[in-house]
Design a protein around this ligand. Structure first.
Ligand SMILES: Cc1cc2nc3c(=O)[nH]c(=O)nc-3n(C[C@H](O)[C@H](O)[C@H](O)COP(=O)(O)OP(=O)(O)OC[C@H]3O[C@@H](n4cnc5c(N)ncnc54)[C@H](O)[C@@H]3O)c2cc1C
Length: 477
């Protein structure tokens, strides 16, 4: 499908949206050429200048969008939804050419209800903007990813993202009550905005995490939450990863559920992945926990947690560490902002190096043996710079890997290492990615991830998007 748009298609599009909503050819801003997947990652088919769409359109109403889908169907021309462009797997790039749909045109917050604890918002609303408005009403969003200042509601739903409050509120998808979307057959659907409903399979769940391959989300009704009376961030240091992980398991076994839980350890050379301090200055393993509730609750849970972690050598750190961690939690995403030439601070900083990560779901009992297996893989490939982490719950394990002075050919080596780790996670009963989606980067591993279920997903794709124009090549669909 990698072809220029037929003249007739452009003529038809101009009848639907106005000139100010269209960018074409050289006028397409460089920010649409790539999302959070960049050239230094373990992806071998990344073009130097990014992925150039033939056309970018910013629809502003659901009706406009449905007409655009209808027109694209006639010409069988690909449509790629683009939210904040922070997705890390290349889900929002025009890898088959086509039209990028900038969903930020759906940018209004329609309603915030304190009584219902709900918000009705356009898919293009930036999470941080929504958070700010909710805060005015004493409410907050239960989804707070590192990328909150840039990511949109639609992008977060479409990747089923997970944020800092994941330990308490779950994924973005868990907070969606209802969805409005335009499907690939250009019908508009609006699912009933009911949190609980026993009236058959929930259609909204098929759109959550579907990365724009089944439908284009225009609006969502979200569950939002009251601000807690009291909150306290605490941090502990441990002699090593294994001890810290033991403490996490013990916290969970005691039935304690903090609002935020972020654990990292065995930092080898990686500066500034999540802990924003030079690894040489960081203790070997660190746990950050945010406790929330009434003042009495927080005090009681803090005491209990201190008791749980102490047999594992956990030592409480000064309050200033927790404060700093929390204050700087979104900083890294600003470094992904793309300038006029199509590059960001992150691209500059990682010049001449390679960097990637895995974020896998594993049965908690297998986390430590999986970590040891990953260490063996890294050793075999003579990779020294790495960091291990657990986020939100003991089952969510991550490895960050860096090759500091790398040649272009090292992309292949890094890709092999990452694939080995992901395949191993699948083999031992886990899932290869817990929050960033699959996009183009992981699509080759989806047959193994889903097995026969992938055929069922493909059949669903035929129903939702009969002409396969919605985000082709993503999610293995
Ligand atoms: C520094 C950094 C930190 C990050 N931290 C986190 C984190 O803590 N947690 C986390 O979960 N993720 C994180 N991410 C990944 C990313 O921010 C999330 O995946 C985010 O939800 C993507 O939102 P977006 O609006 O930028 O979506 P985009 O990147 O624009 O799109 C993501 C996917 O959704 C599709 N899409 C976008 N909008 C729509 C729509 N309206 N309808 C249908 N499909 C649509 C796109 O086609 C694409 O497949 C991080 C990324 C960066 C760069």
């Amino acid at each position: 499908m990698n072809r220029l748009p037929p003249k007739q298609l452009v003529t038809e599009i101009k009848k639907i949206v106005s000139q100010r909503q269209i960018w074409r050819g050289r006028s397409v801003p460089a920010r649409y050429f790539r999302d959070g997947l960049r050239g230094y990652r373990a992806y071998q088919r990344f073009p130097k200048s990014g992925f150039t769409p033939y056309l970018v359109i910013r629809p502003e109403t659901t009706k406009e969008l449905a007409l655009l889908v209808k027109t694209a169907r006639t010409f069988r021309y690909p449509l790629v939804p683009f939210g904040g462009g922070t997705g890390l797997m290349g889900g929002a790039v025009a890898n088959s050419g086509g039209i990028v749909l900038d969903m930020k045109g759906f940018g209004s917050i329609k309603e915030i209800s304190s009584d219902d604890r709900t918000a009705i918002v356009g898919a293009g609303v930036v999470l941080e903007d929504l958070e700010r408005e909710l805060n005015h009403e004493g409410l907050r969003l239960g989804h707070d990813p590192w990328s909150r200042p840039r990511a949109t509601v639609g992008g977060a739903i479409s990747t089923n993202g997970l944020g800092y409050f994941g330990a308490r509120y779950g994924t973005m998808g868990d907070q969606v009550l209802g969805i409005e979307a335009v499907l690939g057959d250009n019908t508009i659907i609006r699912t009933r905005a009911a949190e609980r409903s026993a009236t058959g399979p929930l259609l909204r769940n098929l759109l959550i995490g579907s990365e724009g391959t089944l439908g284009l989300i225009t609006e969502a009704t979200l569950r939002v939450f009251p601000q807690p009376e009291h909150s306290e961030m605490i941090s502990f240091q441990f002699p090593g990863f294994e001890e810290g992980f033991g403490a996490l398991q013990s916290i969970y076994a005691a039935g304690l559920r903090p609002s935020v839980l972020d654990f990292g350890g065995d930092f080898r050379g990686i500066e500034d992945v999540g802990r924003r301090q030079k690894s040489s200055e960081v203790p070997n393993a660190l746990l950050y926990i945010l406790l929330e509730g009434t003042t009495e609750e927080v005090r009681a849970v803090k005491k209990k947690i201190a008791k749980q972690v102490s047999p594992f050598g956990g030592r409480l750190r000064g309050k200033e560490y927790g404060r700093e961690y929390w204050k700087l939690r979104h900083e890294v995403v600003y470094r992904y902002d793309i300038d006029e030439d199509g590059f960001s601070l992150t691209d500059q900083r990682r010049k001449g190096s390679k960097f990637d990560f895995v974020h896998v779901y594993l049965p908690a009992s297998k986390v430590l043996s999986y970590k040891r297996a990953c260490e063996n893989i890294l050793r075999r490939h003579k990779i020294q710079e790495c960091e291990f982490g657990v986020w939100n719950q003991p089952e969510l394990f991550s490895v960050a890997i860096s090759l500091p002075s790398a040649r272009p050919s090292d992309t292949k080596k890094l890709a092999r290492v990452v694939d080995e780790m992901l395949l191993l996670a699948q083999e031992i009963g886990g899932s290869m990615e817990y929050c960033h989606g699959s996009g183009i980067k992981l699509s080759h591993l989806l047959p193994k991830e889903h097995g026969h279920s992938l055929m069922v997903l493909k059949t669903l794709k035929d129903v939702f998007d009969p002409d396969h124009i919605l985000n082709p090549g993503k999610l293995g669909l």
